[in-house]
Design a protein around this ligand. Structure first.
Ligand SMILES: *[C@@H]1O[C@H](CO)[C@@H](O)[C@H](O)[C@H]1NC(C)=O
Ligand SMILES: *[C@@H]1O[C@H](CO)[C@@H](O)[C@H](O)[C@H]1NC(C)=O
Ligand SMILES: *[C@@H]1O[C@H](CO)[C@@H](O)[C@H](O)[C@H]1NC(C)=O
Ligand SMILES: *[C@@H]1O[C@H](CO)[C@@H](O)[C@H](O)[C@H]1NC(C)=O
Ligand SMILES: *[C@@H]1O[C@H](CO)[C@@H](O)[C@H](O)[C@H]1NC(C)=O
Ligand SMILES: *[C@@H]1O[C@H](CO)[C@@H](O)[C@H](O)[C@H]1NC(C)=O
Ligand SMILES: *[C@@H]1O[C@H](CO)[C@@H](O)[C@H](O)[C@H]1NC(C)=O
Ligand SMILES: *[C@@H]1O[C@H](CO)[C@@H](O)[C@H](O)[C@H]1NC(C)=O
Length: 555
């Protein structure tokens, strides 16, 4: 049921659309003149009866279009104008044969047609010497008088009253008649101005010539006719009403209704950006703006046509400058590009720098780890893990560097066969002796950690205690308890000895030294075999008379 209704509506719409568009088979040309819809030649071809055009064969067999008996020169759909050749009126003096003035007066009435005389395109002109003529219709008259004494007073192209007179017409004029009110009936006058003329003519094509007074050239140019422009319109109502009517003539979707500016009715016009015939369903075609008005377009810009419009674009890196209407380099873009390049280079430099730092760090860490392993560090750590009572600190190289002020020469306590001993201050202000071992060979390297372990476990009051070690440098470093007062040798044999050491003390020193050595020899199994033993002394000898720790290098 619903679909049946839809089909019905569709058929109705189809019929409606047929009724308002040119019927197939309608002639589109009459002779050389195009007859566009809404005009038509045969019955039913025009949108309304009044716009039907007669296409008659003339004497020489050429077809010409006519409105009534007025020849049509051209029909413009876009401007709503029809150009015609309309008869002129003439007066050639008194005719003795007919006993009448020899005149031919023209009148026309389009009031029942959709035509009116274009007030903008036409004017009323009178040509002659001492001639007064006028056009009129009910309630309206426009007169014009032209005077002239002799031909020398005439000026070409000038229609200001001498030999030629012109006058405007009002809008909405649909009919007129011409009449000569008075013509100077002088035989002299009639000699050089045999006839006077009066007509409504197209302003643009009319140009007065002095010959028009003395000859019949004006009448002969178009065989007693002159171009005249008619405005036409659809219907009798304005757009606001017409758009609601089923007969609404603006068929194309991209068309709009325009009120007639001269009398009732309306016109259709293709929307902006479109061109063509708005009265037929697909009449309005997109204008390819890129193919026209090249001068208005910005210099150097590319033109892109779009449906119903166009836009211009400048080449990359250029920007449209509205003031000069040209494509100028885009400063902002250039700045942006420069800024982009600068920022990315800075970022790149930073990234390279960071990568390098990271790489160096990693390399250093690798080297450190390598040294740590070489020096038995892993072994030490494993032992420390399994033997939890063992407290043993492994310092980093950096910490030791800080403690010794980067191994400053002033911090050197002494030189041994296997390395240099520096005084160092650890973080919590504890003084230590740091022994920086001389380069050691691979075999010793492996043993180092192991020996370190053993040494760290030795806890005897007469043996200098190993506090920590540092394994991650090329040469291992040992950190010992700091014994402030130099060696035992200096104490006993030193030059700046200021006191005498009693024999009992010396005995005690010997005893304690022997005690320490004995401990070393017996502490572990296999026993510690040591080389260089360096006896040291403590300065506070009277209070804790000298403890004699023995510094035992690991090799
Ligand atoms: C053209 O022909 C039509 C009918 O065929 C006729 O009414 C009309 O007067 C003719 N017009 C001219 C100018 O011959
Ligand atoms: C009719 O008018 C159009 C546009 O106004 C013009 O291009 C064309 O040449 C004219 N044709 C004649 C026969 O005057
Ligand atoms: C139709 O539109 C064009 C451009 O928009 C304009 O120049 C022309 O005068 C219009 N025609 C009428 C009859 O209004
Ligand atoms: C007007 O122009 C015609 C030629 O077009 C010329 O013969 C005539 O002498 C001119 N008349 C005047 C008054 O200049
Ligand atoms: C011109 O003169 C004749 C007779 O001399 C007269 O009948 C006629 O009306 C006159 N025409 C005009 C327009 O005055
Ligand atoms: C005007 O021209 C037409 C056609 O050529 C002719 O029939 C008529 O006699 C002429 N009229 C005058 C007054 O010259
Ligand atoms: C057309 O004319 C009518 C009445 O004369 C008016 O109301 C309407 O606004 C006009 N429309 C346009 C588009 O000018
Ligand atoms: C045209 O139709 C619309 C909607 O159908 C309505 O709103 C408007 O008032 C009508 N205009 C006229 C002038 O009838």
């Amino acid at each position: 049921m619903g679909s049946l209704l839809l089909v019905g509506v569709a058929v109705l719409l189809y019929l409606a659309s047929i009724s308002a568009q040119p019927a197939p088979g309608c002639q589109t040309h009459c002779g050389d003149v195009e007859i566009p819809y809404p005009f038509g030649i045969c019955t039913g071809c025009a949108i309304e009866k009044g716009l039907e055009i007669n296409c008659n064969k003339t004497g020489n067999g050429i077809e010409k279009p006519f409105i009534g008996n007025v020849e049509v020169l051209n029909i413009s759909v876009s401007s709503g104008k029809t150009r015609t050749l309309s008869p002129i009126s003439t007066y050639c003096g008194y005719n003795p044969n007919t006993k009448q003035p020899d005149e031919l007066l023209w009148s026309v009435d389009y009031s029942s047609w959709p035509y009116r005389f274009s007030n903008l395109d036409n004017k009323f002109i009178v040509i002659g010497c001492n001639t007064l003529a006028y056009i009129y219709r009910t309630g309206y008259t426009t007169a014009c008088a032209s005077v002239c004494e002799n031909p020398s007073a005439l000026t070409n192209d000038s229609c200001l009253g001498v030999g030629c007179c012109e006058n405007a017409i009002p809008d909405g004029l649909t009919s007129y008649a011409v009449a000569f009110y008075s013509v100077y009936n002088d035989s002299n006058n009639l000699q050089f101005n045999p006839c006077s003329d009066a007509a409504l003519v197209e302003t643009e094509s009319f140009k007065f010539s002095s010959h028009y007074i003395t000859t019949r050239q004006f009448n002969e140019t178009y065989e007693g006719r002159q171009p005249l422009v008619l405005d036409w319109a659809i219907g009798k109502v304005a757009c606001d009403v017409a758009t609601n009517m089923s007969s609404y003539a603006c068929r194309h979707i991209n068309s709009e209704c325009v009120n007639s500016t001269n009398g009732p009715g309306y016109l259709c016009n293709c929307s902006n950006g479109y061109d063509g015939n708005p009265y037929v369903p697909d009449g309005c075609r997109d204008i390819d703006e890129c193919k026209q008005n090249h001068n208005a377009r910005p210099r150097g810009a590319a033109c892109h046509n779009t449906i119903g419009g166009h836009h211009c674009s400048c080449p990359p890196g250029r920007k449209l400058d509205k003031e000069t209407n040209s494509c100028n380099p885009d400063i902002n873009l250039i700045i942006a590009i420069c800024a982009g390049i600068c920022i990315s280079s800075i970022i790149l430099v930073i990234i390279i720098f960071c990568a390098r730092v990271i790489f160096e760090r990693r390399k250093l860490t690798n080297v450190k780890t390598q040294y740590f392993q070489q020096h038995g560090g892993l072994l030490l750590f494993e032992k420390m893990k399994s033997d939890q009572g063992l407290a043993f600190t492994v310092f980093t190289e950096a910490e030791l560097e800080q403690a010794t002020n980067k191994f400053d020469k002033n911090q050197i306590l002494g030189h041994g066969g296997h390395g240099t001993v520096y005084k160092g201050i650890m973080k919590d202000n504890i003084p230590v002796a740091i022994k920086r071992c001389a380069l050691i060979d691979d075999r010793h390297k492996k043993e180092f950690g192991k020996e370190m372990l053993i040494l760290s476990q030795i806890n005897h009051k007469n043996i200098v205690k190993l506090v920590v070690c540092c394994l991650e440098v090329e040469v291992p470093m040992l950190v010992y308890e700091f014994i402030p007062n130099g060696t035992l040798f200096d104490l006993i044999h030193g030059k700046n000895r200021t006191f005498h050491i009693p024999f009992s003390s010396l005995l005690r020193i010997a005893n304690e030294a022997a005690d320490g050595l004995a401990f070393l020899h017996s502490y572990s199994n296999p026993p510690i075999i040591h080389g260089d033993v360096k006896p040291l002394t403590s300065f506070l000898m009277r209070i804790i008379w000298p403890r004699c720790p023995i510094l035992v290098p690991p090799y």
